[in-house]
Design a protein around this ligand. Structure first.
Ligand SMILES: *Cc1c(COP(=O)(O)O)cnc(C)c1O
Length: 432
């Protein structure tokens, strides 16, 4: 068992996921290959949903942040777990609608939604649009007016919380491109502007302080700040907003040494913070929303690669090159993300060598992991990079015109293709 309960080693020393032998999966579907376990995903969905039942009387909703891993089958799973869905682009919205996801359970985020995306969202009748800036508010007002509709909106607020995570994935501080700042009065101004804007109904607030956060304190602190702001709004305008979206960002296990808090502990502390602050400031308990992305899919997926060349540079390092790289996993080149790498066909052997696992793209920075422990490997061996269920397929590119790998979903020992391998024909399909 590595980073998730769905990953194990079988009696012939092969790594398994969801009861499937990874060596067999690679032989059947080729490499590189994304594999993701449905049982693990559903277990995580229920963990989040149950935490709201347990600690907040079920007075809330879990939204899956689809940007972590978005395809039609994933939208269907989220739908069947009775959850809502966050989208941040017209493409994610289109994917969700194509999968038959109910529009009223879709929440539309983003710091620069285009006019056509907003039109698509209002036409589809999405549940909530999370307004990020004044330009967007103006546009929603005129668009909803023309279409004779009411747009139900939240405002994205920067609560001024500095979460301890990589600077590219923290979002709650004042120097952020996302949302309206609290401390400058900008947020209160935006609230009042909403109240005087036709065809727009402000129903709640939203904040999201960052991603891959292990410490519970900043979440509880953000909740407190947001409740106080709800109380301020009531005091200044007489309006009590009823919905509070507290965002996502819950950390998962990438390295074996990572010790993410059990989610129920997060929810308890956040719910306690919401309840005690609401009591203190005399406002009703709002309906709350949480938006896990990585926490649902991250640890349930892995990527399989075939080892090609191995270059041992004496006194420097050993490069083990694989048949994928930054195209299917840009997280190392983006933020030096950490991963566990395992030789999938020798998973029962101890990892004794320190090597650098490199991709096949024409960039020296195209690495999957530097100085990582691995079994003794040779060309033809199969490597598994763990915890790649989030922000890998969804961030993949065609750099060097390398087709994107397929996604195989496994469940109780049965694999199925949920995204096909991209073909060379597809690569040139839009070329003229
Ligand atoms: C990215 C994002 C999330 C999900 O973050 P995770 O770290 O994947 O849980 C939730 N809400 C918003 C607004 C986001 O931008």
């Amino acid at each position: 068992m590595y980073v998730s309960e769905s990953i194990n080693i079988n009696n012939i020393g092969h790594l398994t996921i969801g009861g499937c032998d990874t060596v067999e999966l690679a032989a059947k579907y080729g490499t590189p290959l994304y594999v993701i376990d449905e049982t693990g995903i559903r277990k995580n969905c229920r963990k989040f949903v149950n935490s709201i039942k347990e600690h907040y009387d079920g007075n809330g909703r879990v939204l899956y942040a689809s940007k972590a891993f978005c395809c039609k089958e994933m939208c269907r799973i989220v739908e069947s777990e009775d959850m809502g869905l966050d989208v941040v682009s017209g493409g994610e919205l289109y994917t969700a609608l194509s999968a038959g996801f109910p529009a009223d359970r879709i929440y539309f985020h983003g710091n620069n939604k285009t006019p056509s995306e907003l039109k698509e969202a209002i036409t589809a009748g999405v549940g909530r649009i999370v307004v990020d800036n004044k330009e967007e508010l103006d546009y929603i007002c005129s668009l909803a007016g023309t279409m004779n509709r009411t747009a139900y909106v939240y405002l994205r607020i920067k609560p001024g919380i500095d979460a301890h995570t990589h600077k590219f994935i923290k979002t709650g501080q004042i120097d952020s491109k996302f949302g309206f700042a609290l401390e400058t009065g900008e947020a209160m101004e935006a609230v009042k502007l909403c109240f005087s804007t036709a065809n727009v109904e402000l129903v709640g607030l939203h904040c999201h302080i960052g991603s891959q956060i292990f410490d519970i304190t900043p979440f509880a602190h953000a909740a407190e700040v947001m409740i106080k702001f709800l109380a301020d709004i009531k005091k200044e305008t007489g309006v009590e907003l009823r919905e509070l979206d507290l965002g996502g960002g819950f950390g998962i296990k990438y390295k074996l040494a990572d010790r993410p808090e059990d989610f129920s502990a997060y929810m308890k502390k956040v719910a306690d913070s919401v309840k005690s602050t609401a009591r203190e400031y005399g406002i009703e308990l709002p309906y709350i929303l949480i938006e896990p992305g990585r926490g649902i899919v991250g640890a349930e997926g892995l990527t399989l690669y075939r080892v090609g060349s191995i270059k041992n540079i004496p006194d420097v390092r050993t490069y083990v090159s694989v048949d994928g790289g930054m195209g299917d996993n840009p997280r190392y080149i983006l933020y030096q993300a950490e991963y566990e790498v395992v030789c999938a066909n020798k998973a029962d052997l101890t990892r004794t060598r320190t090597v650098t696992v490199a991709g096949k793209c024409c960039e020296s920075g195209d690495l999957i992991q530097e100085n990582t422990l691995l079994q003794e490997v040779e060309p033809g061996d199969l490597l598994a990079v763990l915890s790649t269920g989030a922000y890998c397929y969804s961030m993949a590119s065609n750099y060097n015109r390398i087709p994107r790998p397929p996604v195989i979903m496994v469940k109780d020992g049965e694999p199925r293709i949920i995204v096909n391998r991209e073909s060379y024909e597809r690569l040139v399909e839009d070329d003229v």
